[in-house]
Design a protein around this ligand. Sequence first.
Ligand code: NDP
Ligand code: 8X3
Length: 251
Amino acid sequence: MSRTVFITGASSGFGAASARLFAQAGDRLVLAARRLEPLQALQEELQGQTEIHAVQLDVRDRVAVEQTVAGLPEPFRAIDILLNNAGLALGLEPAHQVSLDDWDTMIDTNIKGLTYCTRFILPGMVARNRGHVINIGSTAGAWPYAGGNVYGGTKAFVEQFTRNLRTDLQGTMVRATCIAPGMAETEFSNVRFKGDSARAARVYEGSTPLSAHDVASIIRWVADQPPHVNINTLEVMCIDQSWAPLAVHRT
Ligand code: NDP
Ligand code: 8X3
């Protein structure tokens, strides 16, 4: 049976790749992001496979999120899967030098935007006793690194929020999953470094990072599990990535 999937951040990276994989399954898609043009291009690409509703949405805008969910056209109203994927990192400066505006943007998007989408979509899932909230966390939520400050903090929120969601949903058939990928090559670093594509490319140089398709395949796999199976948290890294030792400052 085809599902209705609401994807935030569908204009690039994991979101767009997931749209392609859900479309292959014949799932109906709501594609949301701030940039309408790439959403429309994706809609054109996929509309032979399934029904698509593309909507310009800034997840930081609580009223817009509420109106978008309330105003979905009939075939898209009963959302089965919410893929809370919209998010970003900005900068790598240490906490005492960072731009406070960047911190605001990350908190507003990665935390508040994600909670708005969840809060407005979840009641329908509970009423239908069917649904799945898939949140995109990050290895940065568990493993600190220099300059990861608020970005890592927002992703730690996503992981714990997901666990707490599942606790609230105990007794229902609504699932909640946090997928925490490590380094993946998308527009992510270009956004983090504010369009400095040479610096962004250096992040992936000499390694084989995860691709958007790799992560989307995991998202599809998580969503395709039988309804009684809830993947709580799933961390994934490319084989070229692991952990650094603890730091020691020596004089
Ligand atoms: P991309 O930059 O390629 O995609 C990010 C998506 O988020 C875009 O579609 C962007 O669309 C959307 N977005 C950003 N801000 C908003 C907003 N305010 N409202 C609506 N949409 C927004 O990066 P990824 O695909 O890599 O990132 C997807 C998620 O995965 C993010 O949450 C990121 O933190 C996380 N992640 C990424 C990793 C990586 O290494 N790439 C690893 C671990 C997690 P638009 O600009 O059109 O609004
Ligand atoms: C993205 C992975 O390591 O750049 O969440 O924070 S990392």
